[in-house]
Design a binder for this molecule. Structure first.
Ligand code: SF4
Length: 350
């Protein structure tokens, strides 16, 4: 059955017409969905005959919250969500003074193989549909009774490895009839799939693009990010320059600092040279320690030293503020731990 959340309003209106109903029934049903009514029987102004037709054709693939971790200050909530086929994904809600931000998954697992990331350890299991990505937000909003105003696609998965569904999601979430979240409040993070960066630039959105860079030389980048075997840093930065030219948007470069791997003053100088003159911002991330990777986070002193070098070279850089330190498991780690725990109980989840 089709997940009704995968349809845009126009597609649902079209379905209504093709099935002998008036277009405005599509608008009514969409209205209920965004009021978080996930059951056709509860849609009060929909006639019973149409409810039956809808039930025979569509399902609501709304994930179930299986675990929830709330930080002591209650400003960060990490969710483990179970999809209808028992796959588990992670999503996070962070309450900032300027509004609520959610970090969403776009795939179950990931095949990009970044060495510092727990999400990739079991590979990519499947893509999420646009409706499934959207439903992560709906479930969290409903659970907290709060509105979301910012989205980052930085959870499990490489968004550009699921390009079409991610683009459809962005259009939906931005639509006035939906959550109406402005494109400038959405960030897409990629490990650097160059042809998709070009495609994304050509979409001419106002979405913020974030690039996981993490190294200053191809040689070092290849050691931690297999995508670097396919595209050089030069090719990546060329695509970034194109994105800036077409959209006039500032790019964010993410740089996870790993002790003894990429946190030296020399590497900070190299990074400054690479990014010189670009409309960009560097987000320095003290790396989360993933037990399988053996990576150790850089010291506070080295992080600050690194940031200073960038600043002195005219590159704007900030250190990512850590929210919910007491529940700050690395991305993908909660899912892995939960799946293992359930297997011990003979419950089949993935
Ligand atoms: S960092 Fe992102 S792209 Fe890399 S393996 Fe993890 S989820 Fe995939």
């Amino acid at each position: 059955m089709i997940n009704i959340l995968d349809l845009t309003k126009e597609e649902l209106k079209q379905w209504m017409v093709e099935n002998g109903e008036s277009k405005f029934r599509g608008e009514q049903v969409i209205g209920w969905i965004y009021k978080k009514v996930f059951n056709f029987d509860d849609m009060k102004n929909i006639p019973s005959s149409l409810k039956e037709k809808l039930k025979n054709n569509f399902s609501f693939s709304i994930p179930e919250i299986v675990e929830k971790y709330v930080s002591k200050d209650e400003r960060t909530i990490k969710y483990l969500l179970k999809l209808r086929d028992n796959y588990i994904i992670e999503a996070v809600l962070m309450k900032y003074d300027y509004g609520n931000t959610v970090c969403l998954s776009t795939q179950v697992g990931c095949r990009m193989g970044c060495k510092f990331c727990a999400s990739t350890i079991g590979g990519r299991l499947r893509n999420l549909s646009n409706g499934e990505i959207l439903s992560e937000i709906l479930v969290m909003e409903k659970d907290c009774n709060e509105r979301v105003s910012n989205i980052v696609l930085m959870g499990t998965g490489e968004p550009f490895d699921n390009y079409d569904n991610v683009m459809k999601f962005i259009k939906e979430v931005n639509a006035e009839y939906g959550l109406n979240i402005g494109q400038r409040h959405i960030t897409v993070s990629t490990c650097g799939i160059v042809p998709k960066i070009i495609d994304f630039a050509n979409e001419k959105t106002q979405v913020t693009l974030a690039i996981s860079l993490h190294s200053t030389t191809d040689e070092n980048r290849k050691k931690i990010m297999p995508i670097a075997n396919k595209y050089s840093i030069e090719e990546l930065l060329e695509a970034c320059r194109y994105y800036i030219k077409v959209t006039n948007r500032r790019i964010t470069f993410e740089y996870s600092l790993v002790k003894g791997v990429n946190d030296s003053i020399e590497q900070a100088k190299e990074l400054s040279l690479l990014l010189k003159g670009m409309l960009c911002h560097v987000n320095l991330i003290p790396v989360n320690e993933v037990k399988e990777s053996g990576f150790v986070r850089a010291t506070e002193k080295d992080i600050e030293g690194f940031r200073k070098v960038l600043e002195n070279n005219g590159i704007e850089a900030t250190v990512r503020k850590e929210m919910g330190g007491d529940i700050n498991a690395a991305c993908g780690q909660l899912r892995r731990d939960y799946v293992e725990k359930m297997r011990d109980k003979d419950v089949w989840v993935r």
